[in-house]
Design a binder for this molecule. Structure first.
Ligand code: ZN
Length: 110
């Protein structure tokens, strides 16, 4: 669990969730969702797995939304697109109907 000012601003509660492709069912991200409500975007600094996405946050050459690519499933479905949120955090804007979420209490990749 990532604990920082963003988590505190959202009330201090978070869930670990799986985000999967609606079309083929493949697991795309393990993600820490802060606070209640709809999942509209995935902040890079909340992606726990896999490493190819979680490491984007640590890549110093990625500073704006044009520096990284869409979130695309292996089946070819585009699930999300790069954005910079108003708090300046980089994120994937998720496309409604392209993904499904489920709880992942242990935070494991499976
Ligand atoms: Zn897919």
């Amino acid at each position: 669990m990532i604990k920082d000012k963003y988590l505190r601003e959202r009330g201090g509660t978070a869930k670990i969730i799986n985000i999967s492709c609606m079309k083929c069912g493949k697991l795309l991200l393990v993600y820490q969702k802060d606070g209640p409500g709809w999942l509209k975007r995935c902040y890079l600094n909340r992606i726990l797995s896999p490493e190819r996405y979680s490491r984007l946050e640590k890549n110093k050459s990625i500073t704006k939304s044009s520096d990284f690519n869409n979130l695309v499933c292996d089946c070819g479905e585009v699930i999300g697109s790069p954005i910079q949120y108003k708090d300046s955090r980089l994120a994937f804007h998720l496309i409604r109907g392209k993904f499904k979420r489920s709880n992942n209490k242990a935070g494991e990749w499976k």
